[in-house]
Each structure stands twice: as structure tokens, then as C-alpha cells.
Design a binder for this molecule. Sequence first.
Ligand code: G1P
Length: 309
Amino acid sequence: MHPTVRKAVFPLAGHGTRFLPMTKSSPKEMLPVIDKPVVQYVVEEAVEAGIEQMVMVTGRGKRAIEDHFDISYELEDVLKKKNKHALLAELQKISNLAQILYLRQKEALGLGHAVLCAELAVGDEPFAVALGDEILDGPKSGLAQLLEAYRQLGSPLIGMQRVPLSEVSHYGIVAGTELRKGLFRVDRLVEKPRVEDAPSDFAIIGRYVLTPDVFDILKTQSPGVGGEIQLTDALNTLAERRPVYALEIAGDRFDTGDKMGFLKATVRFALKRADLSEEFRHFLRETLKRDLLPETSGEGCDADRPVSR
Ligand code: G1P
């Protein structure tokens, strides 16, 4: 039996520069997808995977995350007085989701450094890592898929998905030997390669299951791409010492730290919501009809006119 994974580390200290000016004073992880902050989706994914303790590595300007998962006595009192029981239960569910520990990464020195900051809280046991601005929509929690494979393999695992070749330079890319469909033994990882140097189109997504021996490697890891201490580089060293696997994660991934990813996530999750989907679907249909009308075909945009292209 391999030791159970009980803890998940959430590196949350990034600046969110791709979403400025919104992220000037609000954490990117608190952007709402419908009515829930992105980071709550990620924590719920971890809870669904059976993880009990969340280790949040935050930084300056990230207080709103702590407040979100805390009890809000004043608000609860107001809701009680107004008999808004469903909303009250929803709020209480959030503060009871999991045990959460907060640590600070004083300087944003890279993802590898953020994970190293969690060492004291993780100790000598395997742990999951989930990036707090990536959400997944699939048949099963992404972390649950990784943990299921971990229970069989007992070795570090990286979540991966195929990406278009034009996007490989935004990711860590996996070179590996396929053991069965969707499962690779990692030979090498390349962080943010040029398209001509990418060994495959399998990108590391923000989900990992790691073993505590990675901490010692991270302690001496020199900065890599972008001058940052890269988790990918440490995982390369780990893969030289022991088997490291990469598992293709089923489901659609949304990088909500990116404007397009955020828009797509909003549309996807709104269409799944029973209270919103009907009207929203109608709105989208009408908007697209207008958008597809040739600009030169007359005044206004009559949504009932046939679409001619
Ligand atoms: C990080 C990792 C990269 C991975 C990506 C997934 O990069 O370093 O290997 O592919 O997350 O989102 P970042 O996006 O933090 O630069």
C-alpha cells in the first residue's frame, strides 16, 4: 500500500499580470466564474478527490482568499435574520470545505519555489499540487484521476493534456514512453520550449502528485526559464532518480488567468447551471446570429433574419 495523499498545495502568490488591471488589487484566483471564485472550484476538486488538508501558498494582496474560506459571522447573521437559509447553508459549506493552512511566499521566485515554501506544512508524505487559476470540467475531478493512478503506481505523477502546437511555448512539455493509453513514463520535461524544440504536444497542466523527495531537489534548484525556480526542472532531476509518470487528464481545462480561458469557462459553467442556462443559451444564440450577419447587408441587426454565411 502506498501512503495516502491527504494534502494539496495551492501555489497562489502569482501576480496575475495577464489579467491586469483587474488583478491590480484583487487576486486572480478570486475572479468569479458565475458566482464562485475560481479557487473554490479548485478546492472543491481536491475535496472530491478525498484530500483533507489544503496548504495555500499566498503572498501580498491575497487576503481575500483567506476571507473567502473563513466564517463570515456578520453576513451569516444578516442571512439568518432575513430567513435566507439556502444562501446561509451555501456560505457555511464553504467555510467547512476543508482544513486550510496559509503560508506566505514572500517573493514570487517561481512555481518550484512556491512548492518548496509548503515543505513545513507537507512534511514527509506524498502531496498533490493544484494551480489555483486552472479549472477542469470533466467526468471526474482531475486530482481524483491522478490519485487513482498514484494508488497503483506509488510514484510522482504529472497531469497532462494535448495542446495545439502553436501553444507549446506556454507550457512544460512532456517527452515520455507510453505505457498504456494516456499514461507515460517521463523521460524528460521541457519548460516552455520553442515549437521546433518541443518533444511532443503533451503539456503539463496545473495538477501534480509529488513525493517529499522533491523538496531536497528544489532546495538546490537553480533558476531556469524566465529566471524562475521551475518545478519542471526539479521534476526532471526527480525523473533521473526514480520513475515519474504523466497521466492524460480527461476533461476540458480552462486557464482562467488568461482572458480567453476565463471567458470560455464562464460560458461553459453558465450553460451547466439549471438556473441560468435557458436564458443564457437563448442570449448566446441571438448574439451569435447578429454577429454572423454580414455588416454590409443593411441597417441594424435583425436577429430573425436568415444568416447568410
Ligand atoms: C506552470 C508550469 C508549466 C505548466 C503550466 C500549466 O507554468 O511551469 O510547466 O505547463 O504551469 O499551466 P506557468 O503557467 O505558471 O508559467
